[in-house]
Design a protein around this ligand. Structure first.
Ligand SMILES: O=C(O)C1=C[C@@H](OP(=O)(O)O)[C@@H](O)[C@H](O)C1
Ligand SMILES: C=C(OP(=O)(O)O)C(=O)O
Length: 433
């Protein structure tokens, strides 16, 4: 996508009705399990974004065939036998990289994951998964746990595997996708804490939909996976995306608003569903019925204390809302935000304070001293290659005295290419230049 800046101007009122974008995290999962099945699967309403396109591109390169029309994607999988490919380009998509690192171990020849975003994904650590793959007999060449990474030479073996859950849940999900295809049965023990635990539930949900059997301990710290299983080709429907919609809901919460976001399933396993409860706890008038969230914001919010690990991809949007709350809001247990597209604590807090907010960081916390009177703005924001920073600062800009200019705002397309279109549809004063 061509680069652009987003000029966010003060916007007191938002009004309208939008359909949530399709879930990024379900789309990457359904594409993957469709590729791992022998036969034809259909995915209805898949997401279209840089990350989901990265998964499309990589599974094609590995031998799946994909045909797509406006509503659905039909995929013919390569089953347990991905083909030969020298290089894979995952763009800036962490989950796509991590999920495919295990699948690459099943390829007949070595595969190199290239480093296209040295300033973002190129800085993120993958040691924990590399360690697990090595335990399984897979050869991995890496640069201190970072891209470029070459996988291959050595067929993976099941058995007893450990994986750290301290930095990312994606390493565990990756192993859960691959181990059912091995000859041997596997047992996975998660070491340390498991961060973003809720999203592992999404992995288990889609595995079950594809007919894969996994025995999971209730706390997700221990798993038994029988080997010699096959993914069944199936039809899947992608639900609406809570992490992206969290930014729209935050925008509605900080303005005078009458905004409805449709297609947000009340019974969803997306952890970020919790943002609806967070906003409610902050006193935002809203209802959630018939899979629609309806916000009638009056701009008033009150601070609170939230365990952000339950809604990891929604934290930045909730921080943006709390910038305008009465009192202090504390988001704790969020250290792993440091290992995302940028350091979502230090880098994000820096940009917020530049905009005139009053936010403090701790190693694993973000503490916001609310300014119900609004922030000054009038500065240029560095997007740090991070779609969620761009969306969160857009929310802050709406209630700034002098607006905000967000540089490199095109990176919003990593997950939500239609974000600014939706904001404009709701009446936000935004110019893209
Ligand atoms: O499994 C997934 O699809 C994801 C897991 C989460 O990452 P971590 O487990 O690294 O927190 C989340 O932030 C990311 O957007 C998608
Ligand atoms: C962290 C994210 O994605 P990923 O880890 O897949 O790059 C995100 O979408 O906020």
């Amino acid at each position: 996508m061509n680069g652009f800046k987003a000029v966010i101007k003060p916007t007191p009122v938002l009004r309208g009705d939008i359909q949530a974008l399709s879930s990024k995290n379900y789309t990457t999962r359904y594409l993957l399990i469709g590729a791992l099945a022998d036969g034809t699967s259909t995915i209805y309403y898949p997401a279209h974004s840089e990350d989901s396109d990265a998964m499309r591109r990589c599974i094609r390169d590995l031998g799946a065939t994909l045909t797509e029309d406006e509503t659905k994607l039909v995929i013919n999988g390569f089953g347990a036998h991905p083909g030969k490919v020298k290089e894979l380009d995952v763009g800036n998509a962490g989950a796509v990289l991590r999920f495919l690192m295990s699948i690459a171990a099943l390829c007949p020849e070595e595969v190199t994951f290239v480093n296209r975003y040295p300033e973002s994904l190129g800085k993120r650590p993958h040691h924990d998964l590399i360690d697990s793959l090595r335990q399984m007999g897979v050869e991995v060449a890496d640069r201190d746990g970072r891209l470029p990474i070459t996988i291959g030479g050595g067929k993976p073996k099941g058995g007893h595997i450990t994986v750290s859950g301290n930095v990312s849940s994606q390493f565990l999900s990756s192993l859960l996708f691959m181990t059912p295809l091995l000859e041997e049965d596997s047992e996975i023990t998660v070491l340390h804490d498991l961060k973003s635990k809720v999203i592992v539930g999404q992995t288990l949900e889609v595995l079950e939909q594809a007919g894969i059997r996994v025995e999971a301990a209730e706390d997700y710290m221990h798993f038994r996976i029988p080997g010699r299983q096959r993914y069944l080709p199936k039809d899947y429907i992608v639900q609406g995306d809570y992490p992206g919609s969290a930014a729209i809901l935050a925008a509605a919460a900080v303005t005078s608003s009458d905004v409805t976001v449709r297609r947000l399933a009340e019974k969803s396993r997306q952890g970020e569903r919790a943002v609806v409860d967070v906003l409610k706890a902050m006193g935002v008038p809203l209802t959630h019925t018939n899979d629609s969230v309806h916000v009638t914001g009056n701009g008033k919010l009150r601070g609170g204390e939230f365990d952000g690990d339950h809604f990891t991809d929604g934290v930045l949007a909730m921080v943006a809302a709390s910038v305008f709350a009465e009192g202090t809001t504390r988001f704790y247990n969020v250290e792993n935000l440091r290992y995302k597209e940028c350091d979502r604590i230090t880098d994000f807090v820096h940009e917020l304070n530049k905009a005139g907010a009053n936010v403090e960081e701790r190693q694993s916390e973000i503490i916001v001293h609310g300014k119900p009177e609004g922030v000054k703005g009038g500065v240029e924001i560095n997007a740090h290659y991070d779609h969620r920073v761009i969306m969160a600062l857009s929310v802050v800009g709406l209630r700034s005295e002098q607006g905000l200019i967000i540089n490199d705002a095109h990176h919003v397309a990593k997950s939500y290419p239609g974000f600014f279109r939706h904001m404009l549809d709701l009446g936000a004063h935004i110019e893209l230049i």
